[in-house]
Write a protein that binds this ligand. Structure first.
Ligand SMILES: [Zn+2]
Length: 408
């Protein structure tokens, strides 16, 4: 039987899965109530998702007053959660210097955990070929027969619906490479590209469901952003958004990987910060640890305050234009002494119109990329919106021989 759910059915399933991602553990009745569904409707969806092992039952009692008794009463007292027992999704994070890989369960923890890492030397003439070779070695260690699909986190301008990198300032080789086809040669399962900051923003939202509207800005090899509005990625006409790191800073003469001169990320990316630190020390080579120690002992140097001010100008501009009042900062800046995020936060407030009469929040948070990738995997592989991707659900069904009802 081919699994061809109606759009309504898919939306209900997606809502139920999203609710469980937020709650962690819930009973059938909890889910029905939270989603405003009838108990039979919620129960039917739960049974379907249990049959294909997206959900699992757990013996957590509904309350402690029953002691262990509720466990013994059978199904009505049993709680549900996203399957934590099996790794069904493979996550790959392609970074500028390092690629990390992890098998992930649907019920992944919200703290990033990567099982395997490798890097491709810059000296390799054919970066794509060298990357594929390393992936094959990873596959030998990780295996892959139980994975339903691969979620590939990539930097740059990514057309997720076409599964292509359009432009990548720091990894130009990915523009000319069909990454999905390359990964599929290693693991012959569906491969989905996810823009890296979008994954971070989805992960942050899952861990903080009450925070429905924000701009996330990640500082690392580059500087990128992602926007969540009404709990969903901001819908914009072009497959580009949050490219805050490529705003020019007047007077900045540094060349950027995007081809322009003076981009903000050349000042506040990891490399940019170390370059400035080194030139402030008369060219003495410096590490990230040196910079941390320097700030801890001496406070904020002027060059850093000015770089942070430049970053804040772009961020405040985005808040003013988009109508947002919450900024989430992730990545390297959050590792520096508190005076650094504090200065950035103050500078953002200074440039934000909303802060003149309301409050603007700037919060440092950990990266939750794997949680965001799993959320994408659930949306695009398990309960896809379009017919085109339904094959995965039907594949699970065939494998488990658990027929799902065809809805009208
Ligand atoms: Zn640039």
């Amino acid at each position: 039987m081919i699994y061809v759910p109606s759009r309504m059915g898919q939306l209900n399933r997606r809502a139920l899965l999203r609710q469980l991602q937020k709650l962690g553990v819930a009973s059938r009745a909890d889910l029905a109530k939270a989603l405003g569904m009838s108990q039979p409707t919620a129960g039917k969806i739960v049974d379907e998702l249990l049959a294909v092992e997206v959900l699992e039952e757990t013996d957590v009692p509904e309350n402690n007053n029953n002691g262990g008794e509720s466990v013994l009463r059978g199904r009505p007292g049993r709680m549900l959660r996203l399957n934590q027992s099996q790794s069904r999704l493979l996550a790959i994070q392609l970074g500028m210097h390092e690629t990390t890989v992890a098998g992930l369960a649907f019920g992944v923890s919200d703290i990033d955990e990567w099982h395997f890492a490798f890097s491709v030397p810059k000296t390799e003439a054919d970066q794509a070929k060298a990357w594929e070779k390393q992936l094959k070695l990873a596959a030998q260690k990780i295996g892959g027969k139980d994975f339903l699909g691969v979620l590939l986190s990539v930097p740059g301008i990514v057309d997720e619906s076409a599964n292509r990198v359009l432009f990548s300032p720091n990894l130009h080789w990915t523009e000319k490479t069909d990454l999905a086809a390359l990964v599929k040669r290693v693991w012959d399962i569906p491969v989905m590209l996810v823009q890296e900051e979008r994954a971070l923003a989805l992960g942050h939202h899952l861990a903080n469901p009450e925070s429905d509207d924000f701009l996330l800005v990640d500082f690392g090899d580059g500087v990128g952003g992602a926007i969540i509005v009404d709990g969903k990625p901001f819908a914009n006409p072009l497959p580009i958004s949050g490219e805050i790191g490529h705003t020019p800073v007047l007077g900045n003469q540094r060349k950027c990987g995007c081809g322009a001169t003076g981009c903000m990320e050349t000042l506040v990316s990891l490399r940019g910060l170390l370059e400035s630190f080194s030139s402030a020390q008369n060219g003495k080579k410096a590490t990230w640890a040196d910079l941390k120690e320097f700030i801890a002992c001496n406070g904020l140097p002027l060059w850093l305050a000015e770089s942070l001010d430049a970053a804040a100008v772009s961020i405040a501009g985005a808040l003013n234009v988009l109508g947002l009042r919450r900024v989430i900062i992730t990545g390297s800046l959050t590792e520096l002494p508190p005076v650094v995020p504090a200065h950035l936060s103050k500078a953002i407030q200074n440039g934000s119109m909303w802060a003149k009469f309301g409050s603007v929040e700037c919060v440092a948070a950990p990266r939750r990329r794997t949680a965001g990738l799993v959320a994408t995997g659930i949306d695009r592989l398990v309960v896809p919106d379009s017919k085109k991707n339904d094959f995965v659900a039907s594949k699970i069904t065939r494998r488990r021989l658990a027929p799902l009802r065809v809805e009208s």
